[in-house]
Write a protein that binds this ligand. Sequence first.
Ligand code: KIV
Length: 263
Amino acid sequence: MVTVKTIASMKQKQERIVCLTAYDYPMACIVDKAGIDIILVGDSAANVFAGEKNTLPITMEEMLYHTRIVSRAVKNGLVIADMPFLSYQTSIRDAVYNAGRFLKVGAAGVKLEGGTPILAMIERLIALGIPVMGHLGLTPQSIHKFGGYKLQGRSEDSKSRLLADAKLLEEAGCFAVVLEKIPVSLAKEITASVSIPTIGIGAGPFCDGQILVLHDMIGLFDDFSPKFVKRYAQVGEAIRQAVEQYRDEVRKGVYPDKAHSFD
Ligand code: KIV
């Protein structure tokens, strides 16, 4: 079974860490059986599962539901729950209470977006024995501050802030940090300057691991597709073909046939 200790040791052994999202039982079973190290119950469920425009609307109750069913499916990987918008920014008390609720339904840790402004919350969670994964760069819960899903860490100021935040997350005891949509060179520099694993998404090949949103990489969601997403399958297309074949067979009286009926 993968633990946060396993993840930390993978950086030392220079083994790449493979991460994906999952929100439901059948997908989590597939992802886990494929040997994925970290299975993130991402708040990207708001976009690719629930059809929202961004991640802000998803609630604690919805994320708890996804986390409970994913945790039920996963036998080997490390299940991390994404703390939704307003579940931790408001106070240390809220952060502890809500993170604890994720552990109660089966997660082994939580992910929070941001650095300096939420450091006190992160430190408290870790002190209380709740493993924390950081998330820096393009943090989608701050979409309105960024004015869109834009590349972060381009200016000198933004670069040094991200480097400093990565250091702070390491010092606070985060077991890993997601780096989203930042230049390759900056991701490489952060990866070399912290002892905790960096998990990239749109951050190039030099991170210690990679994460993608499952629905994006299997072609189950095509409302928008960021440049960094590689399509490994066309599952949406396969489902459409199956549904159309079923529709035609029912209309023509081909299904159900003898093989699918009882005498
Ligand atoms: O919500 C999510 O799926 C994420 C990953 C993209 C890192 O935060």
